[in-house]
Design a protein around this ligand. Structure first.
Ligand SMILES: Cc1ncc(C[n+]2csc(CCOP(=O)(O)OP(=O)(O)O)c2C)c(N)n1
Ligand SMILES: [Mg+2]
Length: 1048
């Protein structure tokens, strides 16, 4: 047997650079170097041959097992690894064991009885099947060495060549319809094709030699060997035409094999006449829809699909195939490009409803400010004609902010899966569409990908479709990304990427079929990259020649894809030109008729564009069923029961940490004293809702334990790995499930996800907690574009809760402020108008009108109530709560059970209950405040002995502002001056929001003074001493009753 020396190994590497590159790049599962493989392979041939017989075969035979066992006896799974490189001879040997009558027969048969190395060699059969036999034994012995070596090297070369196509075929596939692709692969030359066989050490004369095919290819179909010429031809067909398959980085053998089979098997991409006609009909719809809009509204922005019309059949194929696999709900998110077309031809929104959006004279029927037509969402249930199964399609409304909708779609998908018990994603799936520039540029894409495999966030596979028109507004790809493809971000999660020339509708449909099958087989993400162009400017009013003159000269010459495809089918005889003309005329008439109907519309109904209806929650007109809110208190029995659960370990033989035992004991002692701290109050809120059948989901970084180690909702067995206990799920037999999940370290992605989750059902309390309140700013886009204006733009309500730890604790500028000023600045209540509402329903009516609720609770009981109110109230609004840090353990921040019993409720204001309330005439100052500073003020007042002169009133619900209650307080303490005190800096916190509203509440009869820190750029000082000095200074101001005398 020839021996591989290090010299011959490096020669081999030179001849098979792709093998080497692959070993370097994809090596996680390829443990040993290639040479080691070859050595062991060659060494094993003889002893194994002894025990082998032709009967030993199949994947699991004894010989197979022996071959897979390394010197240590350990299994070598990489042997069959599609990404492996050097198992070719072994494969040939195993194939020979199964079927001795092949080209390697003489080689291995002679190796068996112990022929000297080389003497065993007979060349494989040539194309005619004739075997070239060596002239004589002497000749054989003399010539055998180099021949055997050549045989092995030739087959390794074949292996390498095949692998090159699999790894890099997409580099040279004809993906770009314009032929101007700037994808830069200069670091990785792809040497394939007949002209390059020399690169692998093969010669032109080898082209007609027959080579056995390794098991890592399916190009043979039913044949196990092929001439080199045919091998290359078939690989070119599979990997270098209009589809570029990027998948060899996937570190899973089965998945790689699955993909190879889909693209390599001869005839895989054949379409029946019927399928081609369906495809043509879909292309007609897609193309003519845009043309119709262009004809009717030539000066309107619509972000047309021209240049990527095959997106419509692509999506239809994804949906048809998924429906065939059992999916009955598809949730989609997409940007502006082609959105109207998708609504019309995929979701099947009524065309007249789309067309009337173009009528600027129509008045809006719904409350809210609405949105432009290419952002609206949609929900539609219909029968899938291909599978005859019912399917729900929803397209989520989205803001202009590209990719922001991605995590929202995922959250909603997860929720729908959760509520219908679809634990594997077999019934509900998501499809996300992207533009090439946005997919590469927006970080939330990456954040969303990283949710894809996390147990509490996975949607069990998303199909991503990129409309890769090779431009982002006016920017070329070379200026827009540093990766070769716009899709490279998907590689982090091992998603296969199918690049396809969008001018070849059949190739597009084929990859979409494979993508849907992939998702429904492996339940993992997959990407379809539709390489296309943008026929017009960024929108229809834009001139692209300013910035991309050459590209657009080319585009102007480019014939439309429908035209090309129709001509091809007519030439093939699949349709006649008359049939084609009829197809076009029929669809044009559909559009014309719908346009005529659309003129009958008198008003615009935005609520027909709802993406997430909540059947039964509202009245038929979409109104709340009542305008009052029942008590949010619960029975003493429930309080004690939940308290006991919170202080126990409900599973047997479950060892918890000693420190945690002490925490639970302290909870038990609170229960016996009938008081709650913050964590226990939260427990009571969640536990009682769960008991009432309301699902509670708490998500965020480290929420299971709680950043401040106060929560402990998940107990960890101290001796058994990954054994956990969630007491909250032991409250009662028929309770709703509790989900508490530590999230990935993302705010944008995770908050978006939870917002989407909260959209699915009004009967769930979905909470996102920031680690510290200031981290919400990396999710600002979700807050600004969705949570704050969601109802106004898209007439849909959402009850998500944001828990934002906030408070000036002398811990420095970060983590001190959750930036209340920003949330308050975005509230829609008018500072100058006292709302004219019925006093008995003032609170609920205000909630009805508001865009969100902003609260800062100072007691555990009030926190308990505000959480429960989210569900008990007859409407859903986002709730922003600034939650405390030091108050979590403050001895006075405790609430008696009495404040949580039936009949009690959330207090928008906590009035003064001490001595000032007994003799209000003597009160000279009302200090209004919110949150933790109350405790500092109360202590200072006590220290100064001013309890009769100063009343402290806590505003717990900052927005909607409790005008009615503030007015009452001021009237009550009629001799007092008014002061707002906050610990935050003057340009931050609440002051700017509060002051004008207090003034409005009291019809500007008295001034409102300020005590707090001065204006500053940073939220807090980094110096603890300065922090304390500042604190004392503003407390001094707050209690200096002469400070503002005489001032106006
Ligand atoms: C987050 C965000 N930044 C900037 C924009 C402005 N903008 C709108 S479309 C666009 C180009 C998008 O290019 P691409 O993603 O390739 O989609 P295409 O328009 O080409 O379909 C830009 C920059 C935006 N909408 N969202
Ligand atoms: Mg683009």
């Amino acid at each position: 047997m020839p021996k591989f020396t290090s010299r011959s190994y490096s020669r081999f590497l030179k001849r098979a650079p792709d093998l080497h590159a692959a070993n370097q790049g994809c090596g996680a599962s390829e443990t040993g170097p290639t040479m080691q493989h070859l050595r062991t392979t060659v060494a094993r041939l003889r002893p194994l041959a002894r025990c082998a017989s032709p009967q030993v075969g199949g994947g699991g035979g004894a010989a197979d097992r022996t071959l897979r066992t390394g010197p240590s006896g350990a299994a070598e799974p990489e042997f069959l690894n599609g990404t492996g490189t050097s198992n070719y001879v072994e494969e040939m040997y195993r194939a020979w064991l199964r079927d001795p009558g092949d080209s390697w027969d003489i080689f291995f048969r002679n190796a068996n009885p112990g022929f000297t190395p080389g003497a065993a060699y007979q060349s494989p059969p040539d194309r005619s099947g004739a075997r070239r036999v060596l002239a004589s034994p002497a000749q054989a012995v003399l010539g055998a060495g180099p021949n055997v070596q050549k045989l092995i090297e030739d087959h390794l070369a074949i292996h390498s060549l095949i692998r090159t196509y699999q790894v890099r075929g997409h580099h040279i596939a004809k993906l770009d319809p314009l032929g101007i692709s700037c994808v830069d692969f200069d670091d990785a030359p792809c040497k394939v094709g007949f002209q390059n066989v020399g690169f692998y050490g093969l010669e032109e004369s080898d082209l007609d030699k027959v080579f056995r095919l390794p098991t890592t290819t399916f190009i043979g179909g039913n044949e196990s060997a092929l001439p080199l010429r045919e091998i290359i031809r078939r690989l070119e067909m599979a990997y270098c035409q209009h589809i570029g398959v990027e998948f060899m980085f996937i570190n899973n053998v089965e998945q790689c094999q699955w993909i190879r089979e889909r693209f390599e098997r001869p005839g895989a991409m054949q379409f029946s006449g019927e399928e081609k006609r369906t495809l043509l009909a879909r292309m007609v719809r897609s193309t003519r829809f845009e043309e119709f809009l262009q004809r009717k509204w030539s000066s309107e922005k619509r972000f047309g699909l021209e240049g990527c019309e095959s997106l419509i059949p692509a999506l239809k194929t994804l949906i048809d195939t998924s429906s065939g696999s059992g999916v009955d709900s598809v949730i989609m998110g997409m940007p502006h490009r082609g959105r109207l077309n998708v609504l019309a031809n995929v979701i099947r929104k009524e065309l007249d409803q789309i067309f009337c959006q173009f009528d600027s004279k129509l008045e809006a029927a719904d409350e809210g400010s609405g949105d432009v037509k290419y952002h609206l969402g949609m929900y539609h249930r219909r029968k899938n004609r291909m599978t005859d199964r019912e399917i729900t399609l929803s397209l989520m409304a989205n803001p202009s902010h590209l990719e922001a909708v991605d995590p929202v779609v995922q959250g909603k998908t997860k929720a729908e899966q959760f509520y219908c018990g679809d634990t594997e994603g077999k019934r509900v799936m998501s499809i996300l569409l992207h533009g090439d520039a946005a997919f590469a540029g927006q970080g939330v894409v990456y954040e969303t990908f990283h949710l894809s495999d996390l147990p509490s966030y996975t949607t069990h596979g998303t199909v991503h479709v990129v409309v890769n028109n090779q431009i982002g507004f006016t920017t070329d790809p070379r200026m827009a990304r540093s990766s070769a493809y716009p899709t490279d971000v998907a590689r982090v999660v091992n998603a296969p990427i199918f690049h396809v020339n969008a001018d070849d509708p059949e190739a597009v449909v084929y990859v979409c079929k494979v993508a849907a099958e992939w998702r429904n087989t492996f339940h993992k993400d997959v990407v379809v990259d539709l390489v296309c162009y943008r026929r017009n400017g960024h929108n229809e009013m834009d001139e692209p020649m300013f910035t991309q003159p050459l590209m657009y000269k080319k585009i102007k010459k480019q014939r439309g894809v429908l035209q090309k495809y129709a001509e091809a089918l007519i030439a093939e005889g699949v349709v006649t030109s008359q049939e084609y003309e009829e197809m076009i005329a029929d669809y044009d008439k559909v559009c014309e008729d719908a346009h005529t109907r659309s003129k009958d519309e008198k008003i615009l109904h935005i609520n027909t564009w709802l993406d997430s209806p909540w059947p039964g929650f509202f009245t038929f007109d979409g109104q709340p069923k009542s305008m009052s809110c029942p008590s949010t208190g619960i029975s003493e029995e429930d309080i004690v029961h939940i308290g006991n659960i919170a202080s126990s370990v409900p599973e047997k033989d479950f060892t918890i940490h000693g420190g945690l035992s002490r925490i639970l004991k302290a909870r038990a002692s609170m229960v016996s004293q009938r008081v709650c701290d913050w964590a226990l109050a939260e427990y009571m809120a969640f536990g009682s809702l769960l008991k009432e059948g309301i699902h509670v989901r708490l998500s965020g970084q480290d929420v299971e334990r709680g950043t401040f180690s106060h929560r402990h909702h998940v107990l960890h067995h101290q001796n058994v790995d990954k054994s956990i206990c969630i007491p909250m799920n032991h409250i009662s037999k028929d309770q709703a499930p509790y989900t508490v999940c530590n999230s990935s370290l993302s705010e944008y992605g995770v908050l978006g996800f939870e917002l989407g989750f909260a959209m699915a059902s009004p009967n769930a309390l979905v909470l996102w907690e920031a680690q510290f309140g200031d981290f919400h700013n990396t999710a600002q886009c979700i807050i600004d574009q969705f949570i704050c204006p969601g109802q106004a733009k898209w007439v849909r309500q959402n009850g998500i809760v944001l828990l934002l730890p906030h408070g000036m604790e002398g811990m420095g500028p970060e983590h001190s402020s959750a930036r209340p000023e920003r949330f308050l600045q975005m509230c829609n209540d008018d500072p100058d108008v006292f709302p004219k509402l019925p006093l008995e329903d003032f609170a609920v009516c205000q909630l009805y009108d508001c865009n969100w609720i902003v609260a800062n609770c100072s007691t555990p009981a009030n926190f308990f109530h505000v959480l429960r109110r989210q569900i008990v109230q007859p409407l859903r609004k986002p709730l922003i709560v600034f939650t405390p840090k030091s108050l979590l353990r403050h001895p006075e921040a405790k609430s008696s059970f009495d404040h949580m019993l039936p009949g009690t409720e959330f207090k928008r204001i906590i009035s003064e209950e001490g001595p000032p309330s007994a003799s209000p005439d003597r009160v000279r100052r009302i200090i209004f405040c919110t949150g933790k500073v109350y405790y500092e003020l109360a202590r200072e007042r006590k220290d100064r002995g001013m309890e009769e002169e100063v009343a402290i009133v806590r505003i717990e619900q900052l927005s909607p502002f409790p005008f009615d209650l503030v007015k009452k307080e001021v009237e009550h303490f009629h001799n007092a001056d008014l002061l707002w005190c906050q610990e935050e800096h003057k340009n931050q916190g609440y002051y700017d929001y509060i002051k004008p509203r207090i003034r409005t509440a009291i019809t500007r009869t008295r001034p409102v003074w300020y005590a707090g820190r001065g204006p500053a750029a940073a939220p807090a000082t980094g110096n603890k001493q300065t922090h304390l000095v500042e604190l004392q200074r503003f407390l001094d101001t707050a209690f200096d009753l002469t400070r503002f005398s005489g001032r106006q």
